[in-house]
Design a binder for this molecule. Structure first.
Ligand SMILES: [Fe+2]
Ligand SMILES: [Fe+2]
Length: 323
């Protein structure tokens, strides 16, 4: 008879016992088709010996007690959280101060840094879907990215309508982004088993009161392109899951523009977001105190929609969920 064994391992406060089946008279299997009296007894006896030894040794060392200190320490550790704070509109160069839009924007970068550093743990994830910086060129955004890099957590962004610094090449974008920062465009990322996909989106109608002269055809062409890029982002996430051999886990969608027209609960985008398996869709773009029906928030068909522009959430990262 070859020796079997039993080992005890612990991870994240959960104990696992692994039993190695020894070879008994050349046999390593329990599905006996003969000798039904002796065969199971022999197997049980040989597997039982290492388990008994494990219980004896583990009991003496305290490893099997309900609240052994290492397990208690691991159990008390909070799970990573997902936060959102959009439309940072940073201008660390001072070229574009935001308090021209009201006193409540005063020192908004300093106030966001204080709340971000106080709330966000280094292993958390912060979604910041668009209008990150007023910089018009990548080089001008260096100070704003230094600000972002000094904040804890993984960061995920999509392009906003004011992100003129956004560079089209993966190489230049990689040079610009701080570590653990992901700028999604026709791409996706998975962190802590949660998949993130997204797109910029667009207006559902021309903003004629602001002099917007786009035709219905112009709007349709824009939205069709955004819909296509949304599908490419989802496909990238599906491919990444397949390549990693992962089952589809929790998913979160990022939009810059509201993904649903004012006062509505559905759009051309909502069936796509639902079919992709998102539980949240986080967006920004909207500012001010009189947004009315434009600020579409709620849960429909399993997806919760939230506007997280910084002035809508008191310049403080808002908790989406814990993983
Ligand atoms: Fe915007
Ligand atoms: Fe904005």
């Amino acid at each position: 008879m070859e020796p079997g064994g039993a080992t005890l391992t612990r991870t994240h406060g959960v104990r696992f016992v692994t039993v190695t089946m020894p070879r008994v008279q050349g046999d390593t299997r329990w599905d006996a088709h003969g000798g039904l009296t002796n065969n199971p007894n022999e197997h049980a006896r040989t597997v039982g010996q290492p388990i008994a030894a494990l219980i004896t040794d583990g009991g003496e060392q305290g490893a099997l007690s309900p609240l052994a200190p290492p397990c208690a320490a691991l159990d008390s550790r909070p799970m990573p959280a997902i936060w959102a704070l959009s439309d940072l509109h940073l201008s660390t160069s001072g070229a574009k101060p935001m308090d021209v839009f009201g006193d409540h924007w005063g020192n908004h970068a300093g106030r966001m840094a204080e709340s971000w550093d106080r709330l966000v743990a280094d292993d958390d994830i912060v979604l910041t879907p668009g209008d990150f910086s007023w910089a018009s060129k990548p080089a001008e955004a260096a100070g704003d990215f230094a600000w972002l890099g000094a904040r804890p957590g993984h960061k995920i962004m999509v392009k906003g309508n004011h992100d003129y610094w956004w560079t089209g090449t993966h190489k230049r974008m990689a040079e610009l982004l701080p570590p653990r920062t992901y700028a999604l465009k026709k791409t996706a990322v998975s962190i802590h088993g949660v998949g993130f996909f997204g797109v910029r989106g667009g207006d559902f109608a021309a903003l004629t009161r602001y002099g917007d002269t786009r035709t219905a055809e112009d709007i349709e062409a824009w939205l069709a392109r955004e819909e296509h890029e949304l599908k490419l982002s989802i496909a990238a996430l599906d491919q990444a899951d397949a390549a990693a051999g992962r089952a589809r886990g929790q998913r979160i969608c990022l939009f810059h523009y509201p993904p649903i027209p004012p006062g509505r609960t559905v759009s051309r985008f909502t069936p796509i977001i639902e079919a992709a398996g998102a539980s949240f869709c986080i967006y920004g773009h909207l500012h001010g105190q009189e947004l009315g029906p434009a600020k579409v928030e709620g849960t429909w068909n399993g997806v919760t929609y939230r506007c997280t522009s910084c002035d809508q959430v008191d310049f403080t990262p808002t908790l989406i969920c814990r993983i």
